[in-house]
Design a protein around this ligand. Structure first.
Ligand SMILES: *Cc1c(COP(=O)(O)O)cnc(C)c1O
Length: 443
């Protein structure tokens, strides 16, 4: 574990000269389609700090997109992954299995909502988990249609591009997309025409009506939703929406899939965000926070559904790699030992108080939302609800220049999102909020 002082430090401009040199090499060697939020090259990272190749120390409000919730070099992750690395790196679970894979599946059965019999299958990326959830749901129901939601994000592979709502940058020019995917409204409280208080009931009624009238419930294999929508703008579906959709799925023999890839593993102050309204999904997809930064993903769900595909129908060369499994066991151990659900709730308290104070001064803050350490503000033009992507971009840039890494998101590109590692110290958290406040004063 690198013992990096948990202090912001700027010794050069951002990005510094060594980062600029590396960026020039990168432009010559790395495909242009792969972007970066901030071309600062990392040297070490831990806790709430990323140290770059020029010796700058940035405060991390991104966690590599909600991945390093336990930090970027958490002790238990490094210890367990290193030990496994020295034993063996790979056998392929489909050739000769190993204990770590089984143990991760056992932990997933314990930690995910519901006390029914559960099984899991492991994969490498979130998109791969979502694709496999669709395969499982189709095999179980012997139906084809898949229902997804406005503002939803599920990945960049062909099937998950089709499931994802937003064209740029995810889909543009990359079609044709997979068939039998249908998109219905989500209860986006801030932008719901008759107000947030009506969004849950009205949006669920509209979504269900569309499913029944346009697809036929009896043709639907799966309904897939993020319990808190991530890339679409940290949208928490208004109260009542998730339970209504989940009940409709159950009543109609449809597999209800919670995509908890971004919202899972303590991120929202609970093991899984769907627990907030006591929704018990049939299948749950996880990735990002699961393994402290190593590539691992899972589908976990009702045993009878998980067992529906024929033997050999699920898998992949690397799925559930032993080093990634060891890292996951280390990450889960850390989450329990440090009670990272409580930490996430404390981060919400601090951030929301600070953001409310900012909103009182600046009327371009249209909405403050999110739960735990998955918090965002939606920026609008003064006195309207018109999206303000220009201010969003300018604020992010101003934060980056001061050594605070923040990310943006949202269908309209007007959401500033905050995903600090759950282990971040409260002084760094407050310093980050000071930088955000100062950025507002400047922009
Ligand atoms: C990131 C994400 C994915 C895709 O995960 P990858 O590991 O990037 O393939 C899918 N669903 C949600 C909700 C995500 O946030």
């Amino acid at each position: 574990m690198s013992a990096i002082p948990q202090e912001r430090r700027l010794v050069t401009a951002i990005p510094g000269p060594k980062s600029q040199e590396l960026q020039a090499r990168r432009l010559g060697a790395v495909a242009g389609g792969v972007g970066s939020v901030l071309p600062v090259f990392a040297a070490r990272a831990n806790g709430g700090i990323i140290e770059d190749v020029d010796g700058n120390r940035l405060i991390d409000f991104g966690s590599g997109i909600a991945v390093t919730s336990v930090g970027s070099s958490a002790e238990a992750v490094v210890r367990r992954a290193s030990a496994q690395l020295a034993e063996f790196t790979h056998t392929c679970f489909m050739v000769t299995p190993y204990e770590g894979y089984v143990e991760v599946c056992e932990r997933l059965a314990e930690l995910t909502p519901g006390d029914h019999a559960k099984k899991s299958a492991l994969f490498n990326s979130g998109a791969e988990a979502v694709e496999n959830a669709v395969k499982i749901a189709r095999a179980y129901t012997k139906r084809q249609a898949v229902v997804v939601f406005d503002h939803g994000y599920h990945g960049r592979t062909n099937l998950t591009m089709a499931l994802t709502a937003k064209n740029m940058p995810y889909k543009n020019g990359f079609g044709p997309f997979a068939p039998e995917i249908y998109r219905v409204p989500v209860a986006y409280g801030y932008r719901w025409p008759t107000g947030a208080e009506n969004a849950g009931a009205e949006a669920s009624a509209q979504a269900i009506d569309m499913i029944v009238k346009q697809i036929g419930a009896e043709n639907v294999a799966a309904i897939i939703i993020e319990p808190v929508l991530g890339e679409g703008g940290f949208i928490e579906p208004a109260k009542g929406f998730l339970p209504a959709i989940s009940k409709f799925a159950t009543d109609n023999g449809i597999v209800f899939v919670a995509d908890e890839i971004q919202s899972g593993f303590c991120r929202t102050g609970q093991w899984f965000a769907c627990e907030d309204e006591n929704v018990v999904p049939d299948l749950i997809t996880t990735a990002k926070g699961i393994a402290g930064g190593l590539p691992l993903a899972a589908v976990t769900g009702r045993a009878k559904m998980m067992d529906a595909p024929h033997s050999g129908g699920l898998g992949g060369t690397y799925g559930g790699n032993p080093v990634a499994c060891a890292a996951a066991l280390g990450a889960i151990e850390t989450m329990k030992e440090l009670d990272l659900n409580a930490k996430a709730k404390r981060i919400e308290e601090v951030m929301k108080a600070r953001l409310t104070a900012i909103q009182e001064k600046y009327d371009i803050v249209g909405d403050i939302r999110g739960r735990g350490a998955m918090i965002a503000i939606e920026l609008v033009k003064s006195g309207t609800k018109d999206p303000n992507p220009e201010a969003t971009g300018a604020l992010a840039k101003a934060c980056h220049a001061e050594g605070l890494l923040v990310l943006t998101c949202g269908t309209y590109g007007n959401v500033l999102r905050f995903l600090p590692p759950l282990v971040i110290g409260e002084d760094l958290l407050n310093e980050g909020m000071d930088i955000i406040e100062a950025a507002f004063a400047r922009v």
